[in-house]
Design a protein around this ligand. Structure first.
Ligand code: ZN
Length: 132
């Protein structure tokens, strides 16, 4: 029976946060997302929760911004939709997703194809290409 007492994960998996993205945000499995799709979900949830340390730690050093800003006041993340997950080889994958965010009442859709690389056993976000 599903445990409905726990809040469900912001990534839309319908799992409790503590058994979904929370596994990779803290504790023994921190940064151990098993696939690029899991990493993508956990990064989306980190954006929702303003977990800037996690976003930094899962961003490839070559493309990582010098500093990350928390969400501006009035920002609300509305949901994540994973469109495709392609594993190209053991160390390269792409994930196409649509994230919806509302800022001061105005809803925006982010449609991105992100590239992920695996280094030293850890999946990292490399970069992304926006589409309409
Ligand atoms: Zn999740």
């Amino acid at each position: 029976m599903p445990d409905t007492s726990l809040p469900s994960c912001p990534c839309g998996s319908h799992q409790p946060y503590s058994r979904c993205c929370g596994l990779y945000h803290q504790g023994a499995q921190r940064l151990q997302a098993p696939t690029a799709e899991h990493l993508m979900r956990s990064r989306y949830t980190a954006f929702v929760l303003d977990d800037l340390a996690y976003l930094t730690d899962t961003w490839h050093p070559s493309t990582r911004p010098a500093a990350l800003e928390p969400n501006a006041p009035g920002t609300r993340w509305l949901g994540l939709d994973i469109r495709t997950h392609r594993q190209h080889d053991a160390e390269n994958a792409t994930v196409e997703f649509v994230a919806r965010v509302r800022h001061n009442g105005k809803a925006t859709r982010l449609h991105e194809t992100s590239r992920f690389v695996k280094e030293n056993g850890q999946w990292l976000y490399l970069d992304g290409q926006f589409s309409n």
